[in-house]
Design a protein around this ligand. Structure first.
Ligand SMILES: CC(C)(COP(=O)(O)OP(=O)(O)OC[C@H]1O[C@@H](n2cnc3c(N)ncnc32)[C@H](O)[C@@H]1OP(=O)(O)O)[C@@H](O)C(=O)NCCC(=O)NCCS
Length: 335
């Protein structure tokens, strides 16, 4: 069974309720039907029947619950919740009433109210518009101040010599553009949890740089080497039980022979399966190399650090990607 099939099977055993916010998008309507038919989760689709029929006329939505914020009896209750959360930030009751009708805010409010277990959106909304309701309403999980994101990189069929567990985690790929040392440490700890829960791996976290244990230095320019060193120290203090080390070049983190030369005293070097990049620019390029040159399948971005699971789809996503994201979101609700 592939890792993705395992994730779907685990999700099916949980029977969580996930809200899909974009009933106006054909791929989302198709995914709602597919998830329901395959029994992966219970789906609430934000939209209405007329619209769903228009965008996806051949799709059978038996078993999918459709809710339209314009007509739902819950909208007023959700507007009150929103107002209470945001009034200290200057939100008026009028603004809360209007925003509660916005589909992404409505979805995030369903999650806050405990009416669903997870939220998936972003097929036709930008990352900022998809995640802002979550950042403002759901907030972060206890013990973390940062929401971040990662990709689970699934090894190609036939395997990869360095990927013994069948999957790696790469982070942060989509949210924090230039994280501080403290933020990198948070990304590392959250990514280890995601790796364990979603990919079923025992995390060994490598904090990446262009330097291995002091071999390089960029203090005249951006000073990322000392930032990553500081992140290693902070993460080790915050999560002493976690196998986490750095700073490493990617080859020292991945290849046992290189690790023996460059970082002989590290138990993570040469064994890593969770890779934390020093900034989004590196991760974004790195995961595409692995995908396009290495044949890995990039699943995500998966958001981590929220108090309850919310995930952002890529606007180029397929119906299958949405189904996979729903299954992942269901698993995250057990964290
Ligand atoms: C994530 C992102 C959308 C947040 O947008 P934003 O405009 O900073 O949001 P806001 O400033 O309105 O912040 C909203 C709230 O979220 C909080 N917040 C923002 N980023 C956060 C984070 N990473 N973790 C936790 N909280 C965060 C803010 O503190 C704020 O809280 P408050 O209003 O209660 O004080 C923004 O960081 C972003 O655009 N990141 C890059 C996304 C991108 O382009 N990705 C590329 C995809 S390939």
């Amino acid at each position: 069974m592939s890792l993705l099939d395992e994730i779907k099977a685990k999700a099916a055993s949980l029977q969580k309720t996930i809200v899909l916010c974009e009933g106006e998008d054909k791929r989302v309507v198709e995914a709602a039907a597919q998830v329901t038919k395959e029994g992966i989760a219970k789906i609430i689709l934000i939209g209405n029947e007329e619209e769903a029929k228009r965008v996806a006329p051949d799709v059978d939505l038996t078993g999918v619950t459709l809710i339209d914020p314009e007509t739902s009896e819950k909208t007023a209750e959700y507007a009150k919740i929103l107002y209470e959360i945001r009034k200290a930030k200057g939100m008026t009751e009028e603004e809360a009433n209007k925003l509660a009708r916005d589909r992404t805010f409505f979805g995030a409010l369903m999650l806050k109210a405990g009416d669903v277990d997870g939220y998936v959106s972003g097929a036709c909304h930008s990352t900022a518009n998809t995640l802002r309701p979550g950042l403002q309403i759901t907030k972060t999980a206890p013990g973390t101040k940062l929401v971040s994101s990662c990709f689970v990189m699934i090894a190609p069929e036939g395997g990869n010599a360095f990927c013994k567990d069948g999957a790696f985690v790469f982070a942060d790929c989509a949210l924090n553009i230039c994280p501080t040392a403290e933020e990198l440490a948070e990304i590392a700890i959250s990514s280890a949890k995601t790796g364990a829960v979603i990919a079923g791996i025992e995390p060994k976290v490598a904090m990446l740089s262009f330097s291995t244990k002091g071999s390089g230095n960029d203090s005249k320019y951006t000073d990322t080497v000392s930032k990553v060193k500081a992140a290693v120290q902070i993460a080790n203090e915050k999560a002493p039980e976690l196998k986490l080390d750095g700073e490493f070049q990617f080859d020292a983190a991945l290849v046992p022979k290189v690790a023996a030369l460059k970082a002989p005293n590290s138990s993570v070097a040469g064994n890593a399966n969770v890779f934390v990049f020093p900034a989004i620019i590196a991760d974004n390029i790195g995961h595409m190399f692995a995908e396009r040159l290495g044949g890995f399948m990039a699943v995500g971005p998966i958001c981590q650090g929220f108090a309850k699971p919310l995930n952002d789809l890529s606007r180029g996503c397929s119906t299958e990607d949405i189904v996979a994201t729903v299954a992942i979101t269901a698993l995250q609700s057990t964290l």
